[in-house]
Design a protein around this ligand. Structure first.
Ligand code: ADP
Length: 397
């Protein structure tokens, strides 16, 4: 069966068509600047040329119509008709406490997702628009929602409660939810598979280090803690997000700089993280690594502070699980930066971690980067959220 995987943002839409038997991606692409002037679609069939078309996309329905047209195009398409697409899997960012698993989408599910919009105002409404547009254009095709938060719903109370008056949890459901769940789940399972160890027998810490970054503790196949919280702002220092800070800084800064809550939130979300720490050099770790090697003091501080925070979370989660067997690095930075992995692992001597620098220099494969006698294993496992969503979709339909 061919599964169309859709990851819909407010002005962009990523898609992949995946064959569920071979688990190969048959075609993929991206619609950008939806609803904005200069919108364009990029489309790449497997083994073919990437093509980019600038064309009007006033809304998401038009974007999805163009995606379906590209997939069925006589010359460059990969299927003859929409009938060859068996189901659609949609990434949905926030499922609140309602969704601990993926679900088949119906009207009731849509209403329940909408009820979570308040918890992810930037993401969920866009995800819903994508689902709506797809249902219009493919009315007979089953659709599945796969939630970023679902994998973390197994966390115990002591991991998800904040030290706030409990009435705010009871009234508004303010608690830790965690994100990147599809990736944490995929990577922790995949690592166990590669090591040929039962998933349920491992204590694993997954470091998903991309532009957004989070760590999770997976004990015996269940997530027991994760670093992102009510929103994806908490936890690690990220590309542009601050991660954990003293909450009193917000009031202090608002006062000093005469800024509103919205303006402060904008600073914490878009101007902080390694971008802010590097004195706005870049949020991209390739630029920061350049700066690090050239001796730029801000870039060095950004890289070291980023790695230190990751190492602290690893320590916390080793404590939470009463031990750790395996540490996995994944996502853009985790998969591609031997330097970041080295800086993090330098803190982990107490876990008996020893890194094999030759293995650490390799790229693009599932690989153990610790030495054979390293007490805790360290791996790089490239994440594949689209494949994970396609698998969930097949499982449900
Ligand atoms: P997201 O999905 O959160 O946007 P990704 O997982 O795609 O993020 O990661 C993007 C990040 O990966 C970029 O900020 C970039 O710095 C980093 N990255 C990509 N390639 C490399 C590389 N070769 N070396 C270091 N960092 C890299």
């Amino acid at each position: 069966m061919n599964i169309l995987v859709i990851n819909c943002g407010s002005s962009s839409l990523k898609f992949q068509l995946i064959n569920s038997e071979s688990e190969q991606c048959i075609a993929k692409g991206l619609c950008e600047r939806i609803g904005i002037e200069g919108s364009r679609i990029t489309y790449t069939p497997a083994g073919g040329e990437k093509e980019q078309t600038v064309t009007a996309m006033p809304d998401h329905t038009e974007a999805i119509r163009l995606v379906l047209e590209a997939l069925t195009n006589e010359k460059t398409g990969v299927v003859k008709s929409l009938e060859e697409i068996g189901a659609v899997g949609h990434r949905v960012v926030h499922g609140g406490e309602k969704f601990a698993e993926s679900v088949i989408i119906d009207d009731q599910v849509l209403a329940a997702i909408e009820a979570c919009n308040e918890l992810a105002p930037l993401h969920n409404p866009a995800n819903l628009i994508g689902i709506d547009a797809c249902r219009k254009l493919m009315p007979g095709t089953p659709m599945v929602a796969v939630f970023d938060t679902a994998f973390h719903q197994t966390m115990p109370e002591e991991a998800y409660m904040y030290g706030l008056p409990v009435e705010y949890y009871e009234k508004y459901k303010i608690r830790r939810y965690g994100f990147h769940g599809t990736s944490h789940s995929y990577v922790s399972r995949r690592a166990a598979e590669v090591l040929r160890v039962p998933y349920e027998a491992l204590k694993t810490i997954v470091c998903h280090l991309g532009n957004g970054a989070s760590v999770s503790a997976v004990k015996n196949g269940r997530c027991v803690d994760t670093s992102m919280g009510l929103t994806p702002l908490e936890g690690l220092i990220m590309g542009t997000r601050c991660g954990d800070i003293d909450p009193a800084i917000m009031e202090f800064l608002a006062h000093k700089e005469n800024k509103s809550i919205d303006e402060i939130m904008n600073i914490l979300n878009k101007k902080s993280g390694v971008l802010g720490l590097s004195n706005y050099l870049s949020s991209d770790f390739r630029d920061l690594e350049d700066g690090y090697h050239k001796g730029d003091a801000y870039a060095i501080c950004a890289m070291k502070t980023f790695a230190y925070r990751v190492a602290k979370y690893i320590g916390a989660y080793a404590a939470a699980m009463n031990g750790v067997d395996l540490i996995c690095f994944t996502a853009g930075v985790g998969e591609n930066s031997p330097l970041v992995r080295t800086l993090v692992c330098e803190y982990l001597g107490y876990l008996g971690v020893a890194v094999d620098q030759e293995a650490n220099g390799k790229r693009g494969e599932d690989i153990v980067i610790s030495t054979p006698d390293s007490r805790t294993k360290v791996m790089v496992v490239p994440t594949n959220e689209e494949l994970a969503i396609a698998r969930e979709t097949v499982r449900l339909v």
